[in-house]
Design a binder for this molecule. Structure first.
Ligand SMILES: [Zn+2]
Length: 108
């Protein structure tokens, strides 16, 4: 097999950090599993459920996400949206806002 000789050991960083490994994994997941026909893909709702409630995630969906780039991308987008929503939900003292508005009016 001529292909085998092509594979050469690379002398990379001595001890790849976990972060680098994760980044590599993420990048390869992002691109290595093209699935243009979306064969076996769960519905967007199923992805959403997994993203919103990881503790009760559907295992088959999680597994699929790990081997399908389009779903992985959609899933990570949903996760980010979920995080953003959580941040928005954080309680904020809105009495301060009101006074700020008043001050703005006065300044004008
Ligand atoms: Zn998929």
């Amino acid at each position: 097999m001529p292909l085998a000789s092509k594979r050469r050991k690379k002398t990379g960083p001595k001890s790849p950090t976990e972060k680098a490994l994760l980044r590599y994994l993420k990048r390869s997941l992002w691109n290595d599993f093209p699935n243009p026909k979306r064969i076996g893909c769960p519905s967007l709702e199923a992805l959403e459920r997994n993203a919103n409630d990881p503790t009760h995630a559907d295992e088959s969906v999680s597994k699929h996400v790990g081997s399908c780039s389009p779903c992985y991308r959609a899933y990570s987008r949903l996760l980010r949206q979920g995080l953003a929503r959580m941040r928005q939900k954080a309680p904020r003292p809105n009495s301060k806002r009101r006074t700020q508005k008043k001050i703005k009016k006065v300044v004008k």
